[in-house]
Design a protein around this ligand. Structure first.
Ligand code: ARG
Length: 484
């Protein structure tokens, strides 16, 4: 073994240690088998650091060239699965650095000048997460587009709106879907905001106190595109804070958990809607499973799992926030535990968003260029359910108010009308005019317009209401926003 090589971790901190780590402790402290996922960020940040070191004449031009050559080889090795990850080298950082030194000699050993794994790992995680946030924003956009496209086709489909899961008032199915689009739009806004604070450079904080070398941190920030909207470099301004806080990871996980909570609400509705008792929709068979014993079953496994995985992401949020609690400044090894919950949060959210876009909106049929196989809507079942629940009772009350009655009196009169309809086993709109007039003399035949589902919808013509004109305006707004 060459002296230039860093083959085991104890060689990374040298002569001071009189005994090697036990195998168990090695396994316990190593992170390479999960943090190797940061390799691209690690190499990218190392190259930016090396380039700045050369620019500042802290290392020579030849050293930089050697580092760049070595890193290019390592990049290919990892990409083609030929890189040998060593548990002995603890983490992604030491593995890559050791291999670099093996490939290019002394230049590899100069890379760590003015740097520590503490600022290195904080930088890598931020860079990696920034890329993932960008992917997630794209997926959130896809999901919103899917939902808007289903909404477009269902503006005039009416289903019961519920409060307390009791039939309340008729709403447009499109309006119902667009409620989720609003939630996902806010999720995206939150992520854009988290991205801003994630996109700041810890490198240059070194171990905790800064470094004695004349580093140009803003130069590194610019080459890593850690800049604000105006292009100004974003650098962590306090070295102790830069290496130690993981608030950006916590914020991200909180935003992800909220997004999953929204997905889980939608899941719950899909599950209810496709149950025999509702029968409002069908989802494509590929998102369901059968039962090994009951031949008639089609179970909504995908929405159920998404509802379940929400618990998992909320758990990661609790894990991360508890991980940070009580840590003294600056870096502590506790922070190595940030990775698995963060990685799993990203994986879970991405998979969930992808699958929901397709489950709701379908997938593009290459032959037609149109999306097919999304949720199948059953307008008759929805309409039958609204009629069962006297969903236009409020409309009758509003009708009486317009005839001059105080709302509370109107409310009471309508309660009697509903009772009568229940006795006749029919909807309010099916009661004969003479019966309706027996509750109040001001009721005329124009009452049937307001008792109709369409009439009820049309009447809610205020901004954000369920009237089809309003819903169409919202669809247009979303389409424009999502295309932009
Ligand atoms: N693998 C470590 C982590 O994820 C890298 C930083 C280690 N720093 C140290 N001083 N032991 O946090």
């Amino acid at each position: 073994m060459s002296k230039n090589q860093l083959d085991t971790k104890s060689q990374a901190w040298s002569a001071l240690f009189s005994e090697p780590m036990s195998e168990l402790v090695k396994r316990y402290t190593a992170s390479v088998f999960f943090d190797k996922r940061l390799w691209q960020a690690d190499i990218t940040a190392s190259l930016a650091h090396a380039e700045m070191l050369a620019h500042q004449q802290i290392i020579g031009a030849q050293d930089l060239a050697d580092i760049q050559r070595g890193m290019a080889l390592i990049w290919t090795e990892i990409e083609t699965d030929q890189f040998e990850w060593k548990l002995d080298l603890e983490d992604v950082h030491l593995n890559i650095e050791a291999r670099l030194t093996q490939l290019v000699g002394d230049a590899g050993k100069r890379l760590h000048t003015g740097r520590s794994r503490n600022d290195q790992v904080a930088t890598d995680v931020r860079l990696w997460l920034r890329g993932e946030i960008d992917l997630i924003l794209g997926l959130l956009n896809d999901l919103q587009q899917s939902m808007v496209s289903v909404a477009e086709k269902n503006v005039d489909v009416i289903l019961p709106g519920f409060t307390h899961l009791q039939v309340a008032q008729p709403v447009s199915f499109a309006h119902h879907l667009l409620a989720y689009v609003e939630m996902f739009a806010r999720d995206a806004e939150r992520l854009v905001d988290v991205r801003r604070r994630t996109n700041r450079l810890p490198l240059g904080s070194a171990a905790l106190a800064g470094t004695t070398y004349p580093l140009d941190r803003e130069h590194v920030a610019k080459s890593l595109r850690m800049v604000d909207d105006q292009g100004h470099p974003q650098v962590c301004q306090n070295s102790l804070d830069g290496v130690s806080d993981r608030d950006f990871a916590i914020e991200f996980t909180a935003a992800a958990a909220l997004c999953m909570v929204h997905i889980s609400r939608l899941s719950e509705e899909l599950i209810l809607w496709m149950s025999q008792n509702f029968g409002f929709i069908q989802i494509a068979d590929r998102f369901t499973t059968g039962s090994s014993i009951m031949p008639q079953k089609k179970n909504p496994d995908v929405p159920e799992l998404a509802r379940g995985k929400t618990g998992r992401v909320v758990g990661h949020l609790m894990g991360l926030i508890t991980l940070m609690k009580g840590q003294p400044l600056a870096y502590n090894k506790d922070n190595q535990e940030d990775k698995e919950p963060l990685f799993d949060t990203v994986d879970t959210l991405k998979d969930t968003l992808r699958i929901f876009s397709e489950m709701v909106g379908g997938q593009v049929n290459p032959a037609t260029g149109h999306k097919e196989g999304g949720i199948q809507v059953k307008p008759q079942a929805m309409e039958a359910a609204v009629k069962k629940g006297y969903a236009t009772a409020t409309d009758l009350a509003d009708y009486l108010v317009k005839k001059g009655l105080p709302f509370r009196d109107a409310h009471e009169i309508v309660a009697h009308a509903v009772k009568a309809a229940t006795n006749h086993n029919c909807d309010l709109s099916e009661l004969p005019l003479s019966v309706l007039q027996s509750f109040h003399a001001s009721i005329d035949k124009d009452v049937y317009e307001c008792l109709s589902l369409q009439g009820s919808l049309n009447a809610r013509n205020t901004l954000g209401g369920t009237a089809p004109v309003q819903v169409r305006a919202q669809i247009a707004r979303h389409l424009q926003r999502l295309a932009g």
